[in-house]
Design a protein around this ligand. Structure first.
Ligand code: E4P
Length: 214
């Protein structure tokens, strides 16, 4: 399973990119807004200059034709831009058109296997099921990842599954086991993923043994 970072914060992207573990970035309107009064195009350009991989940028319109217009503008920013489109019928229409123009898409706000199947059949490059938000309403988000992975496998669908709305490290492990191709992980979760008390204990023991050698 590949790892993307789920943020529009440039410092967070730079920091995790330096670890060498990410190969893409996902943003959404809320993540962009969290960065304050920034210019959307400038932020996307800067992200694309840091990470050499798919960068998801989301359209705001809810009508297919307008989504396509917005998408073309975003896609012109950099060849790595992937257009995030919400999982609604107008979104499917937009994905169909964008796919025929060779523009990569990420269908977002996916909460069921049928939504993922529709997105894939419309030509989506990626689908993003929201694991954490499903858990929030008492469903088991990971079951949807496993269902989509099974369906895509049985029917040889090459749309990639991005496990999104990741809230903690177990979501990452479980996404990998359930068959997600990618997990898009927030900065804080990356930090927690590095940690284990036995690692810290081991380092302390190595260093104190080394000191005793003198
Ligand atoms: C990424 O593609 C999604 O927009 C993001 O993971 C949603 O996460 P949230 O549910 O924590 O807002």
């Amino acid at each position: 399973m590949k790892l993307f970072i789920d943020t529009a914060n440039i410092e967070e992207i730079r920091a995790i990119n330096e670890w060498g573990v990410i190969c893409g970035v996902t943003t959404n309107p809320s993540l962009i807004a969290k960065e304050g009064n920034v210019d959307f195009k400038t932020v996307i350009e800067e992200i694309a200059s840091i990470v050499d991989g798919p960068i998801s940028a989301e359209v705001i319109s809810l009508e297919a034709e307008k989504m396509v217009e917005e998408a073309i503008e975003l896609a012109n920013i950099h060849p790595n831009i992937v257009i995030k489109v919400p999982m609604v019928p107008e979104g499917l229409k937009a994905v169909k058109q964008l796919s025929s123009k060779g523009i990569n898409t990420n269908v977002t706000l996916v909460f069921s296997a049928n939504q993922a199947l529709l997105a894939a059949r419309a030509g989506a490059t990626y689908v993003s099921p929201f694991v954490g938000r499903m858990d929030d309403i008492g469903n088991t988000g990971m079951d949807i990842i496993a269902d989509i992975a099974e369906i895509f496998d049985i029917h040889a669908i090459d749309t990639e599954i991005i496990s999104a709305s990741i809230r903690h490290p177990m979501h990452v492990t479980e996404s990998a086991k359930a068959g997600a191709h990618i997990a898009t992980v927030p900065y804080k979760v990356f930090e927690v993923m590095t940690k284990h008390p036995m690692t810290d204990k081991g380092i302390d023991a190595f260093l104190s043994d080394w000191e005793k050698r003198k």
